[in-house]
Design a protein around this ligand. Sequence first.
Ligand code: KIV
Ligand code: ZN
Length: 503
Amino acid sequence: MALADTIPKRVMVLDTTLRDGEQSPGIALSSDDKVRIAQALDDLGVDVIEAGFPAASPGEQEAVHRVASTVSHARVCGLARCNKKDIDALLDCGLDYVHTFIATSDIHLKYKLKMDREEVKAKAIDSIEYAKAHGLTVEFSCEDATRTDLAFLKEMHLAVQGAGVDKINVPDTVGTISPPAMEYLIKELMTVTKVPIAVHCHDDFGLAVANSIAAVRQGARQVHVTVNGLGERAGNAALEETVLSLMAFYGIETSIDTRKIGPTSKLVSRLTGYPIPANKAIIGNNAFAHESGIHVHGVLGDPSTYEAFGPELVGVKRNIVIGKHTGTHSVKEKLNEYGVDITDDQVVQVVDKVKKLADSGKDVDDAELVALAYHIIGQQEAKNVRLKEFAVFTGINTTPTAVVSVEVNGKKKTGTSIGIGPVDAAINAIKVVMGNDISLEEYRLSAITGGSDSLCEVTVRVARNGGKKMMSIGKAVGSDIVNTSVDATMEALDRLYCHKKEL
Ligand code: KIV
Ligand code: ZN
């Protein structure tokens, strides 16, 4: 059969961030977190959400139940071993879709299950019949399929189809298969499998996405993925990489709204506490960052010179980074973003200074670049916006409330606001004073030293939306997070209000 005949036009996406993803060492999601992630996955457009393993604990059962009753578009499934107890726990969550599994490789049979092949087969059949009798959609996995004897694996596929299974998943449990071997395996399994085949790949050799695509090339119609590639050990095939690769290389459709990938990825990273590596494909901070003068010049001419696709496709932003390899184009573009008027000669001086700083090992962030530019322009960072008074009330069982007085171009204004924390309350109060066309675009907090008395550094990026959007940045260092956040915000506002373009 020609290759093109085996490639499906559309592939279903089963997201297992809430199950395999949660099995990543150190991740334990609360029921609220699971619900928030499930809502984001539903919005993103995944076909199936594997919400968890209901038999694992009463808390897990409650979380899966809540996910099932929250999600409105995706189907929700749960994991169950091949036994009635696990399937009953899943039924108690109100689910109508089970992903049930049993190991089939000789290694697992001998050292883990201590069962023979016939026993394993019988257990799988019994469980599938039980689940079907309870009205469930059943997806079945031979765990460690890629290390299972092929003749036995085919025998299992035939047996579970006889028991009424709806879909069969092929897990590469230990991430040990290669793309050509995966193509061979799926091609062989397609000869005996009449229900849709799914694939579930782990990333132990960094091949999870390539192996998933190899399976699809031979007719797999569903991919198991996780956001940010979370999952046991080295993780699972990353949703963002798999979906974009299927689209880009084979024109395969999925139901994913790719523009929501960036925000979903950030949400998952925040709630799981797993940072996204800067150089992670598609959603890492560097995926659309350009530093070298040559690249920035190219990208400013046309982004396709150094980008495989535009960041807007996946809901993230392009970033021009200032550093050792920076050229004048980058600096001018960046300063323009912040409304700084600068001549070509002055830009050359800024670049020269940036390179000297970089050579001595110092990074220059946006706030420092703006400060440097003002210094070179010789423009006094005029105090158009001054903080006169500030107080915040917070505590336990108290809604954080802030009062701020600010002098803007000589006129004093006072405002108050509440927030979810003291920093939020303070920034909200500043926004009240300054008029609500001020928006906080970015807030970054880092500790400079360790310990509870450590210094913190806060960087804020604010924008003014009236007419043309104007950006500004401010940075402050201090020992109190709330006061330092206020200082950084005031610096950003002061710069925003002294933009020449604005006056
Ligand atoms: O990796 C795996 O084999 C699994 C199974 C539960 C399908 O996650
Ligand atoms: Zn897995």
